[in-house]
Design a protein around this ligand. Structure first.
Ligand SMILES: [Zn+2]
Length: 296
């Protein structure tokens, strides 16, 4: 019941004035170098903050998050190296401060480090000032560790407010990655005005959390078979490849980092790599390409 309340509440906050352009999708996308489709691998680096931010500060949930910083993130980084894929990490500021060496390593290995808020708080419940301070504090931590100011933002817990887009525009972000209105990027429009902000959407069935996030203290969740999830993810890649879309897989350090799941991801990438002419891109590369070629 609480979950439906959240959705109703968010709809009321955002209202009909906040919407996007592209009334109809762009059917044929021209990807760089004649690629058949685009593929991006992103990871939300939450570790303890996914639980701490929703008031689950007990040792058990926090230790589950800690698995991400100690184990999961390293396995994911090594897997990306193995396949020579440059990923995008949406990093929580407090997580970066807890595990600074992991964020330095992301930058060193050529990945993009993007902003996922400082505390992972629910932005739909934050004041405008609080939300702005939280986002900027995260950017400052990332800039110090990764050497670059982030240009992309994913709202923590996929909850954002009526101020989020304005704050991102004011602070020079060029893309947001929290909505789901298409399977290719699209431009933001607010009250009839086109904005200098791109949405790079994700989809629930292409997240590890929908298949694998479970906790007794949380009182809910799913534990799926990696075989079933491989079937879903590889079929979705085949669809994106056949239709020329953007395949975007979203994982989390402490969820995908479990041994059977990192093997699942390895198997999926093996499948994806068999397909010729795929454009592997970080989200910043996608945003810049889209802006150059599809900004009207
Ligand atoms: Zn998160």
């Amino acid at each position: 019941m609480e979950y439906s309340h959240e959705v109703d509440n968010m709809a009321a906050i955002l209202g009909p004035s906040l919407r996007t352009t592209n009334k109809k999708t762009l059917e044929k996308v021209k990807w760089p170098d004649g690629a058949k489709c685009a593929a991006s691998f992103t990871l939300d680096y939450d570790a303890q903050q996914l639980w701490a931010a929703i008031g689950m500060g007990g040792l058990l949930p926090l230790s589950e998050g800690e698995f991400g910083g100690r184990v999961g993130i390293w396995r994911y980084l090594d897997l990306m190296d193995k396949w020579n894929i440059k990923a995008t990490f949406f990093v929580v500021g407090l997580t970066a401060e807890r595990y600074p060496e992991t964020v330095k390593e992301m930058a060193k290995r050529g990945h993009e480090v993007a902003n996922h808020g400082y505390t992972h708080q629910d932005m739909s419940k934050a004041s405008r000032q609080d939300e702005k301070d939280d986002i900027l504090r995260c950017s400052a931590v990332i800039e110090e560790l990764a050497g670059k100011k982030p240009i992309g933002f994913r709202s923590p817990g996929a909850e954002f407010s009526e101020n989020t887009i304005d704050i991102l525009l004011d602070e020079g972000f060029i893309y947001h990655s929290t909505c789901q209105a298409d399977d290719i990027p699209y431009r933001w429009e607010i009250e009839g005005k086109k904005k200098e902000l791109l949405e790079i959407p994700f989809q629930w069935h292409l997240t590890d959390s929908m298949h694998f996030l479970a906790s007794l203290t949380w009182g809910a969740g799913h534990i799926s078979s990696p075989t079933k999830v491989y079937d879903i993810w590889s079929s979705e890649f085949d669809g994106a490849y056949a239709m020329g879309r953007h395949f975007h897989l979203l994982n989390h350090d402490f969820i995908i980092g479990k041994s059977s799941r990192i093997m699942l991801l390895n198997k999926l990438i093996e499948h994806v790599k068999k397909a010729p002419k795929v454009w592997y891109c970080r989200m910043d590369e996608m945003a810049r390409y889209w802006k150059k070629n599809y900004w009207d």
